[in-house]
Design a protein around this ligand. Sequence first.
Ligand code: PLP
Length: 426
Amino acid sequence: MSRQEPTTRTKVTSIPHWYDPKNDIMTVADGENVRVRDDEGREYLDFCSQLYCANLGHDNEAVIRAMDEQARRIPYVSSAKQSPVREELAGRLAEITPGRLSHTFFSVSGSEANEIAVQLAREYQDAPKVLTRWRSYHGGTYGAGSLTGDPDTRATIERHAATSGVSKFLPPLPNAFGTDDPAELARLAGEHLEFVIRNEGPESIAAILTEPVAGTSGAFPAPPGYFEHLRDLCNEYDVLLISDEVITGFGRCGDWFGIGTEGVEPDMLTFAKGITGAYSPLAGVVIGPELAEFVGREGFDLGQTFAGHPVACAAGVAAIDEYADGVVENVRDLEPVLRDGLRTIGNEHDVVNAVHGRGFLWGVEFADPDTGERFHDPRVDEGNNPVGDVIAVARERGVIFGSGRPAFQIILSPPLIADRDDLERA
Ligand code: PLP
């Protein structure tokens, strides 16, 4: 056997998760508070909280200390056994989640949490189908990718025909129903959903899975009344409502959870990202007593080795303490600064078509100033789309913004500890 010659080419050993045709992927070397630095020491305001998750900034002492103490006590306990810190975190989640939600089934990522929620719903309801919204994002793994309604993610999944049992309905977006009037939009989107439920066959539907504020697809809150109607439909047709709070959880939209703002109680709630402020991967599904009783009676063996890792749970408990200690309130207090600032910019620039969002999650949407054509449609020529330029210029000036999927808008999701000065500067 011939020995392999060492290659002189630079080896790239970590594959970035997003394809960048310009190969301009930033290297983030360190961070402090709401700022990060690249590998050449340049500093940036991190107005994407990396991926909507570094919500407590990049140097939270309380979270780091809690993780250190837990790692010294015992770093890992089998996910098939109990651990005091996992119990403590589940107790805290029962306190802050809406209504009767009471028991947590931990996992590692948001994708897995959604897969577990859907699998549990199917078992409990003894029904195969799940309804999700077009343009939603629920994860990138085999199962969660099929729940996702974002065209780019679906293209990969559909090539492998992995989407069985998932049907899509239209999101309550103005261009989906041809009206900007919130009451009319809520009514039409509700009627459409009922049409889908009836045609799919209510007895075949286990659950509806939805984000309370559409996240990566553009920071779209639903019009008032939409979620109440959705809850009523779930009750009427005996369908479980699963709220995907992977982005909206833990204060991102000004309440502990996005669905809480809507005054609606889901049957399950999935979380990830913000639970630890991104100091460690952790996710899960919170369920109510009936589902918990079902799991206790029937068993539910979808465990993972690192689900509810104790060091991550310690980060979770400490992060919740931090959120409770003025961070959620900070989002609520400063939302008008972000909202009004963005609206003012929007009014001053023809290319801005709309500004929407809630709390510290905002989308600035672009349209062609000459034709008025919105960049809503993934088929619109990307060459016209100014999103990449805006993001590049912002980066040159020291601010990191995100982009929606598909990329017709920029998304701002600063760490929840950002102050008035940070928001005004960005
Ligand atoms: N759900 C929503 C709403 C998300 O935004 C994401 C990720 O961005 C996920 C689920 C998937 O979470 P994860 O990337 O942790 O698997």
